[in-house]
Design a protein around this ligand. Structure first.
Ligand code: GLU
Ligand code: MG
Length: 449
């Protein structure tokens, strides 16, 4: 949309406030809104933001990071392509914003800038990563000061669909009004658990979409008097919420799926296998970006369909990378890979960007993927798993942070300032949340994502 079209839409739809949104190093969506009277200027100038925000953890505890103190400012500059009226917030619209330095250059610690850099590395090779997220979340109501699931329904059961029919309909309508194409919906395994997937888009737009989807799920539920939690493990005794990423690599004009080769194993090209090999090589450190909260590790357990061992395999829902079977007559269009160890507490710009960095490492070094596994790795003997290279994931955020600290490919991709601020924030979260009582720790994650 051009700035003029945006102002016109604001007038016809009586929009008063426009939120400039971003996602921070703690995976929290934050922003500032401008009154519509000042939007014409601020589309161009942005809104001021203290440099400290990328050093703020998800408990609003500011971390000591050089260059991110009380002195200094950047601008939140909105991307006009992302303008959307928010159907769940009265007279309000939103735009996804970039972090821009006062000299007009992209701020090095801006997550959206990072993903743009990674997309540009792919573009140099004539490649575009297309991504879509399958979000799972839990619908709850409050009873005696506690959050309880809205139903006790079974996996994919129509009882679960019926229990949440109104709020689901409002969610699907609200997503459609924002131009977000819904693919599938169902009531998932856990009590009150829902799942909805959206259509793939190029990586930066897909990350923008993920922010809007998270906002919509929570915003619509709140209007129905409910609470939607996308926390990775909302309750200790219920299924975890994944946010699996489906991805494929396309040529520059989006005509050819570079992951597809009818002659290859599972219909995958050599490029696809190298991408898988890169991702599997970097998984231990990658997790600190894709499953980045303390709560994430309560979800990543063997035999929970979340994946817990480093491996890949055809339609293997216990693998890090599942190769989904393709659809009849749409083999090229439906060839994609599913990355499972990720959840909605991640910053999608960082997660997608890190996935690109890991996959590109596989392509550039022409890495060979290990033997695919067609069994649940948890059913193998330890020595069989070791022989297959199917190592257990880090079991805490602290462990995955330690792997990220040693992963030069991911650190270099992030760049010095983003890496330093990210690690400071996540280390502090490990310290702060581990000091809490278990119940408080679960509750503290429940409302943030
Ligand atoms: N809820 C599972 C997870 O935590 C995923 C279940 C499935 O969709 O296969 O990832
Ligand atoms: Mg699911």
């Amino acid at each position: 949309m051009t700035p003029e079209e945006i102002l016109d839409t604001c007038r016809t739809q009586a929009v008063r406030l426009v939120r400039f949104l971003y996602c921070d190093n703690g995976g929290v969506i934050r922003g500032k809104a401008t009154h519509v009277e000042r939007l014409g200027d601020r589309i161009r100038t942005g809104i001021g933001l203290t440099v400290a925000m990328q050093a703020m953890n998800s408990l609003d505890q500011l971390q000591p990071v050089e260059g991110m103190g009380p002195v200094g400012e950047i601008r939140l500059v909105p991307d006009p392509e992302t303008f959307t009226v928010l159907p769940y917030a009265p007279h309000t619209a939103a735009m996804l914003a970039d972090h821009v330095r006062l000299d007009g250059q992209p701020y090095e610690a801006g997550p959206r800038n990072f993903l743009k850099r990674m997309a540009a590395r792919l573009a140099e090779r004539g490649m575009v990563l297309s991504c879509a997220v399958e979000n799972e979340w839990s619908l709850a109501s409050q009873r005696d000061g506690r959050y309880v699931p809205v139903d006790e329904s079974l996996c994919f059961s129509t009882v679960g669909m019926a229990a949440s029919a109104e709020v689901t309909d409002a969610t699907v309508v609200a997503l459609g009004e924002q131009g977000i194409q819904v693919e599938q919906y169902y009531a998932e395994l856990g009590h009150g658990q829902q799942e909805l997937s959206v259509a793939p888009r190029p990586a930066v737009r897909a990350a923008d979409t993920q922010i809007l989807v998270r906002e919509t799920i929570r915003g619509v539920a709140a209007r129905s008097g409910l609470v939607a939690s996308l926390a990775p493990k909302p309750w200790p005794d219920q299924a975890g919420n994944g946010a699996h990423i489906h991805f494929s690599l396309w040529d520059g004009d989006g005509q050819r799926n570079l992951f597809h080769d009818p002659a290859g194993r599972f219909g995958l090209s050599r490029t696809a296998e190298q991408f898988v090999a890169g991702v599997l090589t970097h998984v231990p450190g990658l997790l600190a970006l894709t499953a980045p909260s303390v709560n994430s590790y309560h979800r990543l357990l063997p035999k929970h369909w979340s994946s817990a061992f480093v491996c890949w395999g055809p339609d293997n829902r216990e693998a890090t990378v599942r190769v989904p079977s393709t659809f009849w007559g749409m083999e090229q269009a439906s060839t994609n890979l599913e990355f499972k160890p990720t959840d909605a507490s991640c910053n999608p710009y960082l997660a997608f960007g890190a996935l690109i960095a890991a996959g590109l490492d596989g392509i550039e070094r022409e890495l060979e993927a290990p033997e695919p596994l067609a069994v649940d790795p948890a059913t193998l003997l330890d020595r069989e798993r070791e022989a297959a290279g199917a190592h257990r994931y880090p079991t805490t955020l602290q462990e995955s942070i330690r792997f990220l600290e040693r992963d030069q490919v991911l650190l270099q991709a992030l760049g010095d300032l983003l890496a330093r601020s990210y690690l400071a924030v996540r280390r502090s979260e490990w310290e702060a949340y581990s000091a809490m009582a278990e119940e408080d720790r679960f509750r503290a994650h429940f409302l943030k994502y």
